[in-house]
Design a protein around this ligand. Structure first.
Ligand SMILES: C[S@@+](CC[C@H](N)C(=O)[O-])C[C@H]1O[C@@H](n2cnc3c(N)ncnc32)[C@H](O)[C@@H]1O
Length: 270
């Protein structure tokens, strides 16, 4: 598969949605139950409370398709049965479905799941199910490729989800987990400063290596339509003071609509 097509850029300006306290991602292993959501659901206030702004972020991330190119080099998903775990609003489902045999999105949050279902209702081969990484609603040995992007798998504490992946993976299946690399890049530095409690990069690397996963580092970027979009996204991804500090540094460095962004694609075969 070649470079992924860009999504249409119209109608995706960030709403000036209200600021809410709280980190962008829960990083604590074994989170307490979230009322109304399945046990083990990790609070994700960025997409739960700022869904439109998160959509802007998804459009802005990795405009050159470097993450997908990395996954493609490692084996890709063409012709395979794919699981998008923690699929949120289903942003990635359509693109996965272009070449996959089938795509199953699993998402614990019912409102996001409804958006994902609606957005893929005319896309052949896509199914959206309720569930969590720790209790997948899938039979044993039924999946060829797992894709999980900023969802549940943030290092130590995600062992139950890893066991579930091993259960649903067919022999020879592959899994790809996309997560921030806080050791590199402009956004990585912002993230490390905003979430000092998040497992350190070396802790995550030891964790994944101990479970037989390998690291494919990707240095990519955010590319926004406007500085206002960039600011809105920074403010849903970082706690208040860290967001303002990051934006002040960004302006002092010349501003603009681009931010360097490093991720790790953690991957393994079963
Ligand atoms: C930051 S969002 C990313 C959504 C999507 N992967 C994307 O890239 O647009 C994290 C998602 O993981 C979901 N999630 C939270 N806890 C989960 C769990 N235990 N298992 C699977 N998904 C979970 C959240 O509801 C949220 O939709």
């Amino acid at each position: 598969m070649g470079r992924p097509a860009r999504h249409p850029r119209r109608d995706r300006r960030a709403d000036p949605d209200p600021r809410r306290p709280g980190p962008a991602l829960s990083t604590t292993p074994g989170p307490p139950a979230t009322p109304g959501l399945p046990e083990g659901t990790r609070p994700s206030p960025n997409i739960w409370h700022h869904t439109d702004t998160y959509e802007v972020e998804n459009h802005a991330f990795d405009p050159d398709g470097l993450v997908e190119a990395a996954i493609e080099r490692l084996g890709g998903w063409a012709g395979r049965d794919v699981l998008d775990l923690g699929c949120g609003t289903g942003f990635h489902l359509g693109r996965l479905a272009r070449t996959a045999a089938s795509v199953t999105g699993v998402e614990p949050h019912p409102d996001l799941r409804a958006i994902a279902t609606r957005r893929t209702r005319r896309t052949a081969g896509v199914t959206v199910l309720g569930g969590t990484a720790q209790a997948l609603p899938l039979p044993d040995a039924s999946i060829d490729v797992v894709h999980a992007r900023w969802a549940y798998f943030f290092g130590p504490g995600c062992e139950p989800g890893l066991a579930e992946l091993a259960r649903v993976a067919r022999p020879g299946a592959a899994a790809y987990v996309i997560d921030n690399d806080a050791s590199r890049s402009t956004f990585g530095a912002w993230f490390a400063r905003g979430f000092p409690e998040h497992p350190a990069p070396e802790v995550k690397r030891e964790f994944w290596a101990a479970h037989g996963w390998r690291r494919e580092p990707v240095l990519t970027r955010w590319s926004f339509d406007s500085p206002a979009d960039l600011e809105a996204v920074v403010r849903i991804e970082l706690p208040g003071p860290a967001a303002e500090q990051a934006l002040a540094e960004h302006r002092a460095a010349g501003g603009g609509t681009e931010v360097e962004y490093a991720v790790d694609v953690w991957w393994r075969r079963f």
